[in-house]
Design a protein around this ligand. Sequence first.
Ligand code: UGA
Length: 437
Amino acid sequence: MLKLSVIGTGYLGATHAAAMSSLGFEVIGVDTDESKIAQLNLGKVPFFEPDLEELLTQELASGRLKFTTDISKAADCDVHFICVGTPQLKDSLAADLSYVNASFHAVAKIAKAGSVIVGKSTVPVGTAERLSKELQTVNNQVELAWNPEFLREGFAVADTLRPNRLVVGVTSDRAEDVLRQAYKPLLDNNVPWIRADLPTAELVKVAANSFLATKISFINAMAEICEAAGGDVTVLAQAIGYDPRIGSRFLQAGIGFGGGCLPKDIRAFMARSEELGAKQSVEFLREIDSINLRARQRMIDLVRADIGNDLKGKKIAVLGAAFKPDSDDVRDSPALDIAAQIHASGAQVMVHDPKAIIPAKARHPELTYSESIEDVVDAADVILHLTEWKIYRELDPQLLKGLVKQPVIIDGRNSLNRELWLKAGWKFRALGRSSAS
Ligand code: UGA
């Protein structure tokens, strides 16, 4: 049985380590963050991800899974998965590769002869070939492969154990064979396997995320047109989605995409394409990015249209801070960005989120937060629904009407039951649905 290491224990790495252990492998998770490692060894996941804590506890108890800050403990592993982050650089569109470079060199130093280093992080195309060359001078007994990850936050465990495809970028049959062994239990379940060269494997990931971002911005552009023409984007999305060539998923119009992946990935793709002399090929992503950011502004415009241009002294109730439901991730969260911008205009903003209050407070301490929806909506001039948590769809509009100052709700995610709110006497607004009243 192969022994595996997973370098970097964030959303991707912690899930990958626990999932690979559940497939029967001995796994050691490595991170430089001591408190994260201490928590993981106690069975505590340092972020919210459904089902992960249960899997982690189960796998720690099995004895197969361990976490450490000492990378030398991974020296006897056959496969090393690099799962560190590649955030956007502060002063450019490009990705920050410092964590990938550092973990690659740290693991290359200790990797035993015959082992394979497998990059899972999302990187600009060309990174794997560069690292592969570096490996020849640092440790030529070891090979490099690239195996992009497609998991979604909120579904990380299910996506890791039941991926819709496995893509491996390799330079030898041997490396492919080692990866086939590592993923054998999934291959036995007929998960499609795609062998590619290193640049194609890297590109598959950014192409997939660019396509998803494009789909979301496409429907948000249609929302803008619906607003201008008096149409309803939710009906339009439903109607075009029935065409299987288009498909209905990722056509949810609203305040747009955020998180630690789509926004920075399309920007890094633009930056890398320019370096490659192929700037024009993905120039459309610039528009995708600006449609996306415009959606946040349109939401703020709707607020002003309803409660007046001057937001000073108004009380705004915000439902949702996470970039999407079932996650406590607030990186580039459209919800939190909107809340902060409205606060900056002088309004009194109170934010609720079932899981993301602590990380949201760390980023935006100037906002007021409460774990009680009743507190947040109390005497509010308007409620903004910005992250589509299930609990918000289950709210009783009749009950809330007695708490607010005026019954006005703006659905930034097009996922509330409009008829229900209208029936209860609310003024209901939504992005891309000008016929709402
Ligand atoms: C995304 C991809 O979906 C994953 O396949 C990929 O592995 C991951 O990035 C990554 O690169 O690691 P994730 O960031 O977890 O996953 O979130 P998504 O489910 O893609 O949602 C992204 C954003 O788009 C959220 O803010 C969501 O609210 C928004 N969205 C999604 C919409 O506004 N409309 C939609 O129809 C769908």
